[in-house]
Ligand binder design. Sequence first.
Ligand code: GAR
Length: 193
Amino acid sequence: MKKIAIFASGNGTNAQRIAEYFSDKKNINISIILSNKKDAYVLQRAENLDIPAYSFNRDEFYKTDIVLKKLKNNKIDLIVLAGFLWLVPDNILREYPKRIINIHPALLPKYGGKGMYGAKVHEAVIEANDPETGISMHYVNEKYDEGEIIFQAKIPVEKHDTPDSIAQKVHQLEYEHFPRVIEEILMERNGML
Ligand code: GAR
């Protein structure tokens, strides 16, 4: 049994999609959903899905081992950042090399970095007149959105697109690929799955 921890800061539609995708798979389990915001809707989703949830504040995350211990106690194999907006601290990075992945709503290395999330990313794409945008999944390191890219998928940007319409299309793309790529990563590492 491979165990996944999902980190999310807000709504958590990706977290829910991932949890639903794995709900009927015997060999992969979403063991815990964590958030840096105690009122994030993703925590309500976790409760509805009957998945243990945990929230933490900045000091707990950056100055203590509380979150790391939570992950170890749950014997987590893979950490998935699904709309999580804080950098992962060194104590967790060290313990989970190449075992933390993030999704970003653009074609990295474009439109990544601190402060680039949600509508800001899509506004920048429109501003630059880019003909296409998409999603990137990458390993997480000590910098925002700079780890090795694992997977990308593209969609065209059309004349009538707005940040909202791009966000919707990008979310659809995320729902389609994110759970599947997570499964592939775990399968590649564990021929037995
Ligand atoms: C997703 O589109 C994800 O790519 C993005 O936040 C959204 C979360 O949506 N992540 C980032 O921008 C990270 N820099 P959700 O809460 O509905 O899953």
